[in-house]
Design a protein around this ligand. Structure first.
Ligand SMILES: Cc1cc2nc3c(=O)[nH]c(=O)nc-3n(C[C@H](O)[C@H](O)[C@H](O)COP(=O)(O)OP(=O)(O)OC[C@H]3O[C@@H](n4cnc5c(N)ncnc54)[C@H](O)[C@@H]3O)c2cc1C
Length: 375
């Protein structure tokens, strides 16, 4: 452990909460402590604009956040290597390349991974949405190479009917069509309905829009395997496709399992209202990688990671200064805005739903305002 005057504050991951911590410490330097960012890659992506990027509405630079540059501005030292384990006995973050990083207090904003990647052929043949930065670059290359050649349509399959999957099937369809390529778009969902955790009117709007656009939605359908030519469903049916996108729902980050850190059954670190881990006062978590013990059904959405940014900042400072930590209660409702890729979006809040070009303009304004703070 470091001396009292230079305690080690380590932030692991450059997600939506941590960039706000760096923003704060750029304006108000962290006293008597050494700040370190451990991150697997320099650039993080703002997820809210990823579907718009897929649709061709934004360039990579519009949604890219240079987490390393933000951390450096805050005076942090950088360890550019994936964290692989936490040694809670020795108080060290073990990284893939390089010596372990000592901490007195550490925070984790690592995002999640996608479920189902271990199904036969999926890792090799599908394009998973995690890590988001990799997804953005791979999908960009793929879509840039699309050529309007006539003949067979380009068949795209998205697996997963959550909000992310819905936005992707609409934005992919729109991008491929606007490249002058005939497109067949299919979304496969294992459960009985799409966006199961959203109000019915949102689902109805999505279903009507899909029908209008010729996008097929298949629920109650499980993918069992993938190969070069497409997917195999649980009943044995085979579907061919040219692009398979995997957005089958979030599961916990692999870091926690070997680290003696309590997780829920999906592998998310369990946190208290103060964002502290269940069994460790000096470890905290935000965003997708953590689940509230008291609110286990809080959706894994970037809006929560954003809201937790100021709380984690305050609580890291409070921990260092020996003050009581503040508690956070995740809001029950948040403004949902789903990009349909054709210049319109569907929105919902407080049981109301709405749709149109103005909704997309609103989404664009909110997203650009968020990005302006970090670019
Ligand atoms: C297509 C799509 C669209 C979405 N749209 C929306 C939306 O409109 N609104 C919304 O609220 N949510 C949306 N989501 C959900 C959203 O992506 C997540 O909830 C959000 O990204 C979580 O933010 P985070 O801060 O937890 O992690 P992330 O933003 O994923 O950041 C994780 C950070 O950790 C780093 N990292 C990962 N592993 C390691 C490691 N081993 N060591 C060190 N660093 C590591 C990463 O590089 C990154 O810097 C969408 C998701 C998808 C797939």
């Amino acid at each position: 452990m470091s001396s009292e005057s230079t305690r080690d504050v380590v932030l692991v991951g450059g997600g939506h909460s941590h960039i706000q911590v760096f923003d704060h410490f750029t304006r108000n330097r962290l006293p008597n402590a050494r700040l370190t960012l451990v991150v697997d890659r320099r650039i993080a992506m703002y997820s809210g604009m990823v579907p718009g990027f897929v649709a061709g509405q934004y360039g990579v630079q519009d949604l890219a956040i240079d987490a390393v540059a933000l951390a450096e501005k805050a005076g942090a030292r950088i360890v550019l290597s994936p964290a692989v384990r936490v040694d809670t006995e020795r108080r060290q973050i073990v990284v893939a390349d390089g010596p372990p990083v000592p901490y007195d207090v550490a925070a984790f904003d690592l995002g999640s991974t996608v479920t189902g990647l271990d199904l036969p052929g999926v890792r090799e043949h599908a394009l998973p949405t995690r890590p988001i930065t990799e997804f953005v670059h791979r999908v960009d290359t793929l879509l840039e190479d699309l050529k309007a050649e006539g003949g067979d349509p380009f068949r795209v399959v998205v697996v997963g009917g959550g909000a992310g999957g819905m936005e992707l099937i609409f934005t992919l369809e729109s991008r491929i069509r606007s490249a002058g390529v005939r497109v067949e778009a299919l979304l496969i969902e294992g459960g009985p309905r799409i966006v199961y955790n959203y109000p019915d009117p949102v689902r109805w709007r999505l279903e009507r829009a899909a029908e209008r656009r010729g996008i097929t939605l298949r629920c109650d359908t499980l993918v069992e395997a993938a190969d070069e030519g497409g997917v195999v469903l649980s009943g044995g049916e085979r579907l061919s496709c040219d692009l398979l996108v995997w957005v089958a729902g979030p599961v916990g980050h692999p870091l926690f399992e070997p680290s003696a850190i309590a997780t829920d059954e999906r592998g998310f670190a369990l946190i208290r209202p103060t964002l502290q881990f269940k069994d460790h006062d000096n470890l905290m978590g935000t965003g997708d990688c953590a689940t509230f013990i008291d609110f286990p059904f809080t959706p894994k959405a970037g809006v929560y990671a954003v809201r937790q940014g100021p709380i984690i900042t305050r609580n890291l400072l409070a921990w260092l200064e020996g003050r009581p930590l503040v508690s956070y209660t995740p809001q029950k409702e948040f403004l949902t805005l789903m990009n349909l890729g054709d210049g319109t979006a569907i929105g919902a809040k407080w049981g109301f739903s709405f749709q149109g070009k103005w909704v997309m303009r609103l989404k664009d304004r909110i997203d650009r305002a968020f990005m302006a703070r970090f670019q």
